[in-house]
Design a protein around this ligand. Structure first.
Ligand code: DAH
Length: 344
């Protein structure tokens, strides 16, 4: 019996020494220390032995049990540490690896500019013109005739118009002013609208000119509207758009649909009036066309010019965007080069 126990111990210690994983140890524990183990059988049968033998074999069986348990614990600690090290090594983060790149979309700089302009005017009580009052494919009637451009007026040539082959008078609109007429036909005064959109002109494309660009048109018609209202409104717009009031100048000009007409210059934002390349040395930048709505235009849409008066204005979106962000080539807005677009 004693020999059997010693043999048993030896074989257990042997296996423990050879064990490599915690699973191995689990197996050994089952084999040598469980209820079904040989060791347990010996302990169970102690009662059949003589008192003398019971003492010796009992003590030996206990000591064998303790030795196996101790050995298992020691080995378990070693294996646990080893396995933990392996696991940590396998899972450690390599901070030199490149991060994951999540591309995000952006709002196009021209859309941002249009949104900013519209938001400013909405803050002053203007609404967006109805969509159907702002078509890009337009008739000469709304683009020119109703805006007091006489049939043979040379000014028609200054906005080199694209004609379509849909019908003789169907064109791509050359200005957003067409929406003034359409809005006045569909709404009674008081009218206070803003109308952003695309316009087309047969221009040679260059750093400064594109044959498609954007304008924002504004129109206000009510009783007792004066040039003073126009000045106050547009100076306020300039203050909000350029984030601070700037000197402006209202230069007398001509548009067939306004009388009097003005072009509005703002002191150059690059050189503060000293004269630079952007302002061509003049110290001023032209940013708006405007004027009091011509009585002929009001009559044309059935609004009595003796009762109502109004002002209108139009601005180039690309120009305002170029000034704000110092962009020196209009074509950059349309090439869709991500390196450019990502900067906004
Ligand atoms: N439509 C003009 C253009 O394209 C700009 C303009 C000038 C609009 C005066 C207006 C205005 O509403 O009153 O050059």
């Amino acid at each position: 019996m004693k020999e059997k126990l010693e043999q048993f111990l030896k074989s257990a210690l042997d296996k423990i020494q050879k064990a490599e994983t915690s699973d191995d140890l689990e197996q050994i524990k089952l084999e040598f220390l469980s209820r079904n183990s040989e060791l347990n059988a010996i302990k169970k049968n102690l009662k059949d032995l003589s008192i003398e033998d019971k003492k010796i074999i009992g003590a030996l069986a206990n000591s064998v049990t303790k030795q196996i348990e101790d050995e298992l614990n020691t080995k378990n600690e070693i294996i646990y540490k080893k396995e933990l090290d392996e696991k940590l090594n396998a899972e450690s983060i390599d901070i030199t690896l490149p991060g994951t790149y999540n591309p995000t979309g952006k709002i196009h700089p021209l859309t941002q500019t249009i949104n900013e302009i519209t938001t400013i005017f909405q803050g002053m009580g203007y609404s967006l013109v109805n969509n159907e009052n702002s078509p890009e494919v337009e008739t000469e009637y709304f683009n020119f005739d109703m805006l007091n451009f006489t049939k043979d007026h040379p000014v028609r040539d200054t906005q080199d118009t694209f004609y379509t082959n849909v019908a003789p008078n169907v064109i791509l609109r050359s200005q957003t002013s067409d929406s003034q007429v359409r809005q006045m036909l569909s709404q009674k005064p008081p009218i206070r609208v803003i109308s952003p959109g695309r316009v087309y002109r047969n221009e040679a494309i260059s750093a400064r000119k594109s044959n498609m660009f954007h304008q924002v048109e504004g129109l206000l018609v009510d009783k007792n509207i004066t040039m003073g209202d126009l000045k106050g409104t547009l100076n306020e717009f300039i203050r909000l758009y350029f984030k601070g009031s700037r000197p402006t100048r209202f230069r007398s000009s001509f548009f067939p649909f306004t009388e009097p007409s003005v072009e509005i210059d703002v002191q150059c934002i690059m050189c503060n009036g000293k004269g630079c390349r952007t302002c061509g040395g003049s110290g001023w930048l032209e940013i708006l066309g405007a004027g009091m709505v011509d009585p002929n235009v009001l009559k044309g849409v059935g609004i009595d010019p003796e009762v109502y008066s109004g002002f209108a204005f139009g601005m180039g979106v690309e120009r305002l965007a170029m000034l704000k962000w110092s962009v020196d080539d209009i074509r950059l807005f349309f090439n869709n080069d991500k390196r450019f677009l990502q900067q906004f």
